[in-house]
Ligand binder design. Structure first.
Ligand SMILES: NC(=O)c1ccc[n+]([C@@H]2O[C@H](COP(=O)([O-])OP(=O)(O)OC[C@H]3O[C@@H](n4cnc5c(N)ncnc54)[C@H](OP(=O)(O)O)[C@@H]3O)[C@@H](O)[C@H]2O)c1
Length: 334
């Protein structure tokens, strides 16, 4: 495993992180034993960065990670936790709350569920339009000073919010979608991160499995799989997006790699300040994804890939319209 520092203010983390969201129902039911085996397999090969959110399965994901870490050396992992998304008992998304008192309450509960006494990177999942980012970051900074949090991160915010937040406390990373078909960050957000010394943890590097080479036009009918609602997976769009995969398939074959490995390696090749999160929930997918670590794309490879897949190749937005409206990162000038 290789390691990189996450931003100028952040910890050393493994070159790939494990995103644990799909282990808690967000992409349909997951198998607990396989999820635990996947977590252990990742830890065993040296993955140290584990990403979760308190709202993934309404606490389920944190308790799962807590179980996986039992008996392991806590100091050897970096726990990255998102908070602020509100859900009801049926799982509906009912808003966002990042007021200072909500920050401290959510943190207290996350520490209990994870079974740890500090969180390495704590971040609001979205910008709360009712709460100045200075207040939210200020409250997390209080928790840094009290020893409950080591570093502060952000998620899906734009350049202006990054600057305002970094003026309050060092921000170690921005978590944001970045893949061959989601390249919006390249215009302003990534340059701003670089100017401020903020790293990037890139999610949906496979566009939620769409460009993994394993997705079929038949889609998914697994209960709770949020991908069924995502614009890029809708009939009419999905066929166009799968055409991107066919272009990647030829390139992958020429390199003796899989489509997923090429897509992940492309993100990793964009800079040592970018840590791809691997969204695997099975050991099979994990091992495929980790194969991208050994794949160094040459400038010629990158040129071939970028000629084959235009920056705006995706058909459909990243999220449904109502959720796009919550993305500070998608605001004009963001
Ligand atoms: N900050 C945010 O707003 C935000 C949003 C979303 C996610 N995240 C974080 O980012 C992590 C990754 O996001 P994501 O799951 O959407 O990313 P992804 O890596 O693009 O998609 C993961 C899905 O792709 C499929 N897949 C196919 N081949 C794979 C392979 N070789 N390796 C891994 N997955 C493969 C799997 O679906 P099947 O299991 O169905 O095959 C898997 O669940 C999440 O776990 C979460 O921690 C953050």
């Amino acid at each position: 495993m290789q390691f990189h520092q996450l931003g100028t203010a952040g910890p050393q983390v493994s070159a790939f992180g494990l995103g644990c969201m799909a282990m808690s129902g967000m992409y349909g039911p997951a198998d607990r034993a396989e999820s635990l085996a996947t977590l252990w397999a990742a830890l065993d090969v040296g993955v140290t960065l584990l990403d979760t959110g308190d709202f993934y399965g309404m606490g389920h994901n944190e308790m799962l990670i807590g179980a996986a870490l039992a008996g392991r050396q806590r100091e050897r992992v970096q726990l990255s936790v998102k908070f602020g998304a509100l859900r009801d008992p049926a799982g509906a998304w009912i808003g966002i709350d990042t007021r200072p008192q909500a920050v401290k309450t959510a943190l207290a509960y996350s520490l209990q569920r994870l079974g740890v006494d500090y969180i390495d990177i704590y971040r609001p999942a979205r910008l709360d339009p009712q709460v100045p980012i200075e207040d939210t970051v200020g409250a997390i900074a209080d928790m840094v000073r009290a020893g409950y949090v080591r570093h502060i991160g952000l998620s899906e915010v734009g350049a202006d919010t990054l600057r305002r937040a970094a003026a309050v406390h060092p921000i170690c990373d921005l978590q944001i979608e970045y893949s061959l078909i989601s390249r919006g960050i390249e215009a302003q957000i990534l340059p701003t991160c670089r100017a401020l010394g903020i790293g990037v943890t890139a999610y949906a590097v496979l566009s939620r499995g769409l460009i993994s080479g394993h997705w079929g036009a038949a889609g998914t009918n697994r209960p709770g799989d949020i991908r069924a609602l995502m614009p890029r997976f809708q009939p009419g769009n999905v066929e166009r997006n799968l055409a991107v995969v066919e272009a990647l398939r030829a390139i992958a074959a020429a390199r003796g790699a899989s489509v997923a490995q090429i897509a992940i390696a492309w993100v990793a090749a964009q800079g040592a300040d970018i840590i791809p999160l691997i969204g695997a929930r099975t050991r099979e997918r994990l091992h495929e994804a980790l194969g991208a670590l050994a794949l160094t794309l040459t400038p010629d490879d990158l040129a071939v890939i970028e000629r084959a897949i235009a920056k705006d190749a995706a058909a459909g937005d990243r999220y449904p319209a109502a959720l796009m409206a919550h993305l500070d990162s998608e605001r004009v000038g963001g």
